[in-house]
Ligand binder design. Sequence first.
Ligand SMILES: Nc1ncnc2c1ncn2[C@@H]1O[C@H](COP(=O)(O)OP(=O)(O)OP(=O)(O)O)[C@@H](O)[C@H]1O
Ligand SMILES: [Mg+2]
Length: 617
Amino acid sequence: MLVGAAFAVLLIAISDLRTSGRLVARSRSTNAAADRLEELVIDLETGVRGYVIARQERFLKPWKAARAAFPTRAKTLERLAEEPGQKQRVRSIDRDVAAYINEYSVPLVEAVRRNSPAARSIATTEEGRQRIDALRTEFDRFKSTERDLLSSRQRRDDRNAGRAVAGATVGLAGSIVLILGFGGYLVRAIVWPLRRASRLSRQIAAGSLGTRMQEGSVGEIGALERSFNTMAASLEHDREERRRLTDEQAGLRRVATLVAQGGPPDQMFSAVTREVGLLSGADLARMERYEADGTVIGVAQWSKHDEQLAVGRRFSLEGVSIAAQVVETRGPVRVDSFAEAAGQIADEARQLGIRSSVGCPIVVEGQLWGVIAASSRTDVPFPAETESQMAEFTELVATAIANAESQAELRASRARIVAASDLTRRRIERDLHDGVQQRLVSLALGLRAATSEMPSGLDEVEKELTNVASGLGGVLDDLREVSRGIHPAILGQGGIGPALRTLAQRSKIPVELDVRVEGRLPEPVEVAAYYVVSEALTNAAKHARASNVSVAVEVHGSVLRVVVRDDGDGGADPNRGSGLLGLKDRAEAIGGRISVVSPHGAGTTLTAELPLDDETG
Ligand SMILES: Nc1ncnc2c1ncn2[C@@H]1O[C@H](COP(=O)(O)OP(=O)(O)OP(=O)(O)O)[C@@H](O)[C@H]1O
Ligand SMILES: [Mg+2]
């Protein structure tokens, strides 16, 4: 606006300057034309005077020329003179000159030609002088007026020039200010934001995805700021999502490894509870198992701040709780507030400062086994994907529980089979010992008594009866040997030490026996240890061609370790017979294990580790 006004002033001033310049030039031309017209008047006067004095026609030449030129020049001057008064004055001069010519100089010339004495009279000369003076005076007035006009026009001209200079100065200054201001505006509004965007883009490229541009600009730059922030937010969200998925996968892998290792379920429950707590961003997480009496019992817990929650404590399902809702829905549930909720679990939740919880069922082979719940102390709701994350973990938990249960069942059934077979063996051994063996013994005694009371002379019969009696003794020995193999009755009497000593004595290969056991051990362990040593000694005699066998039995903590080592050929392979496999079954049935190390030509070492406190034993 300001600059526009300045330039308008400048244009007007220039236009005025041009007009007044033109007027000044016209004034000057007018003055020059007046001068030239006055010169003609002088020519008229001097020409006629010279002719009067010299009376020669040639002196009339300027007079004639001036007389001819005057009307045209007078018209020119009248045209040039702009002021009406001046035009009037020109016309008056024109009339007076015409009068001077017609009334004075033409009659004078004719008088000279006629040689009239009047031509030289003082009166005539005086009239001519007066007329010329009058004309000069008129010319002076005309020129003086014209000069006044000229000087006033020049003053106006100067004023216009001043205005033009002022307008130009203001316009120029305004333009410079405008250019600088606009330049500054462009730098602030466009260059700086673009530079900032470029710097922040580099930060984003370097990985600082939390970088944002300050918004607030208008137009394209504002749109750029918004787009930049949208892009950064989207990149950050993607990275968070990737990180979350990576964490989830890592957590699932850790738990899956534990499941595959088949370690203690408690360890896996704790690991899963911790992973779920960490992944969901919870403050507390907890796993509970449903009990038959309609309660839940805590089996694992995790806390962001290492607080100890009640593991092993029972809670009633009355009132509001994740566990109670899961029973109803059999699916994932959320509790958004425990503020007004009733029930034991809700009370506990309020005490712990829990605001909201989310939970998922753990279903093992179609049965609701338990529940896992994550809880928050803030008002920020759990992410929408929390339930699906939990579900992945609960599937692993269910698999692990199902595996553990089936393994436990397998061990229990093995133990039952071994126990049942041991029972049967013991019963057969007792039946043989108390029944068949006793009857055979009493038959042998009866036979011996009958033989000793035989009348003489029946030598043949007596010899026959003696043979029968000794055959009966052999049958008794065989029967004892068989019943010993069926069940080591001696175990029941003296425990593992005497039983192993008997085995060692009966061995065909010399045995170094080292038994470091005090008192009695659980019966299944004693029986298993006995069969391990018995089978190892039999194998050493049968397959190893050994010269010596060592037997070491010792308690290590809660494990009985039995090591039988021979110096024979080695090369034992459990898959080639049933003896070693039977030992493996027996040991594993009570939670123990067997290992056979038998390199060719370097003897065989059989080691059994039998737990003393196994629940299934
Ligand atoms: N101490 C040993 N030294 C060398 N070879 C052995 C020894 N113990 C076992 N073996 C080898 O390993 C195989 C498997 O032994 P295992 O006791 O399982 O079966 P077995 O003795 O052949 O038959 P069973 O024990 O059922 O009467 C044997 O057949 C034998 O070849
Ligand atoms: Mg064998």
